[in-house]
Design a protein around this ligand. Sequence first.
Ligand SMILES: C[S@@+](CC[C@H](N)C(=O)[O-])C[C@H]1O[C@@H](n2cnc3c(N)ncnc32)[C@H](O)[C@@H]1O
Length: 320
Amino acid sequence: MTDKALTADKTAALATLLGAMPETDAIVAAVLAVWPDHAAYLLKSFSARSPALLAATEVASSAARKLMAGNEARFATGYKWTCDQLRDEEIFFHREGRYRLSTFAEAWDEVYSNHDYMAPYVDGLLLSQILWYNHVGTFEMFLDRVLGAATAPFDYLEIGPGHGLMVYLAARSPLSRTLAAWDVSSISLHETRVALDRLGVTKPVALVEVDILKAAAPDRQYDLIVISEVLEHLETPGVALAFLRKALRPEGRIFINVPLNSPSPDHIYLFSTPEELVAMVEAAGFRVVSTEMFATQGRKLAAAIANRISVSTGIIAVPA
Ligand SMILES: C[S@@+](CC[C@H](N)C(=O)[O-])C[C@H]1O[C@@H](n2cnc3c(N)ncnc32)[C@H](O)[C@@H]1O
């Protein structure tokens, strides 16, 4: 089979797989329009998903489509650009055994303060939430075992909301009473605000510019705290966890999502194993209730960890 015939074959198989998922199918079509050769990767990513992961994918796609409306090609191009950046970081990581940057100041200069970088990156990361198996894995955990497990009204705090999907879903929950989201980057907070407005969130969400590492002692407590894909961006993630421990009510829960061995231009703290992450969470005064792991492309976990392939690790914890 020629390369072109192979791509056509994978594209057709994807269309069949996504037949009952119109929102996801539309996003995949937009991506393949700018990046046809991505069909084989996507087929593998979707084929590995359980029915629950496919259902969660469609939830994320439905929200993402509203955010993309009229700008599908821009988002798809941003996604391809993001994947290209990450491939370069991966080459460095596997050659050197460390992330390329190690200080917040470096990440600030290269990424957070650089609009030309942030704009396609934020678009790309939104689509990764749908197209990457490991990202969907922890997203489904959040939907079902975190938000879905709430039985009483809750006050919600999220650190680093980025694309805004999680705070949006928390706002949609009839049980959410108050909502706050903090981020160090005004560019990122602006993206979150635009997303919440586009998604029609009417409950007030306090979006506040805060560096979690410099936050003063919390002046109140929350029932549900979410910190997803943020700890690896910090020089001292244990300090952030200790702060969040104080901000969590005695009966509250925290959801922590960290990618292990996941090189990215703004990842500066390397978590290599689930054990070191759990140890840090426990050292901050939490008791881990459950841990779930999802390797890139649904690979086997032990092999992924041994070969330093990215594994998203979701932790639900309570005060110890
Ligand atoms: C990759 S995004 C995470 C987006 C989303 N939560 C997710 O799970 O995909 C990381 C976010 O953390 C924010 N962040 C990085 N360092 C931070 C700090 N010191 N304090 C607060 N937010 C920070 C970034 O600005 C960015 O919005």
